[in-house]
Design a protein around this ligand. Structure first.
Ligand code: BJW
Length: 250
């Protein structure tokens, strides 16, 4: 397997990591693919549910137009995620962070599935929120879904009685300010940036590797397919993250 993905590429990444003080990792849907969570764009298709494309369902407009439908869409997705467990890619990232080998290790994910935390990663920065949480758009209260009273959808905020929504960032919505600012800061200060399982098409997350590269970081992509980032990467490893990450950090 290492012959086909390129032992040479893996060795180049391991060499770069040997002298790294700060490591920055950006993950996307592809890292959870081997856990059974569907991606958005890989493989030539995109999710469609009840005849609607995901870009329409996961949009700021849909929250305004039909919040109960948005809840149905995310409850359906939660049903899939609930059956999934972290794979060797998630576990390799959690283990290397816990080992304390790097002075600074930042894990930023676009995923809402919570699998990094479940794998044992410490404080992953969840840029697009978390599917297991509800948020009150009126007072800002965030609750885990299992803390929400009853099964009503939309749930009612216990503090201010407004209709709660899924705590995810949809198209046309701003990312949590702290999360994106911390991510931009860490990207600008890292020595090695690993970009794992993302098509790098959705902004502002897709700009983070460019920030790292402009600050002279060694930029690595792990993805079975070519992406928008490939031309600026120092190393592109074509393979599945569940195979490659354990080889890089093992
Ligand atoms: C494997 C693998 C294996 C497979 N191993 N790899 C600048 C330019 C143009 C547009 C914009 C811009 N700035 C903002 C925008 C608008 C928009 C945007 O970026 N649109 C683009 C599509 C053009 N951005 C926004 O709206 C963002 N908000 C914002 O910018 O606020 C300011 C603003 C306000 C008002 C108006 C305009 C701007 C918010 C973006 C939120 C994105 N949310 C989603 C949905 C979350 C909820 C849900 O789950 O439904 O987040 S969209 C969806 O895409 C999801 C993902 O996190 C995100 C990224 O996808 P990702 O992770 O890259 O997955 P895929 O499927 O695309 O790729 C998977 C990859 O894995 C593939 O490459 C495979 O090959 C690979 N793979 N198996 C490793 N085993």
């Amino acid at each position: 397997m290492t012959d086909s993905v390129g032992q040479n590429e893996i060795e180049r990444v391991r060499t770069a990591l040997r002298s790294a003080r700060s490591v920055f990792v950006l993950t996307g849907a592809g890292i959870s693919a081997e856990s059974g969570v569907p991606t958005f764009r890989g493989g030539g298709g995109a999710p469609v549910w009840r005849g609607m494309p995901f870009e329409e369902l996961s949009s700021a407009e849909m929250v305004v137009r039909d919040l109960p439908l948005v809840w149905e869409w995310f409850d359906y997705r939660l049903g899939i995620v609930g059956d999934c467990a972290p794979n060797p890619g998630h576990l390799a990232l959690a283990e290397i962070q816990q080992s304390g080998r790097f002075e600074e290790f930042t894990l930023v994910t676009q995923n809402i599935d919570g699998l990094h935390a479940q794998a044992g990663s410490t404080e992953p920065i969840e840029l697009h929120g978390n599917i297991q949480q509800a948020r009150c758009p009126s007072c800002g209260l965030i609750l885990k879904l299992d803390q929400v009273a009853g099964d009503d959808r939309p749930p009612v905020c216990p503090d201010c009685a407004a209709r709660m929504r899924p705590n995810v960032v949809l198209f046309g919505e701003n990312l949590p300010v702290d999360a994106i600012m911390t991510a931009q800061d860490r990207a600008a200060g890292c020595d090695v940036c690993l970009v794992v399982g993302t098509s790098a098409l959705v902004y502002p997350a897709a700009a983070l590797p460019g920030i790292a590269k402009n600050a002279d970081a060694f930029l690595v992509e792990i993805n079975p397919e070519q992406t928008a980032l490939t031309p600026i990467c120092d190393v592109s490893i074509r393979g599945k993250s569940g195979d490659i990450l354990p080889l890089i950090f093992g």
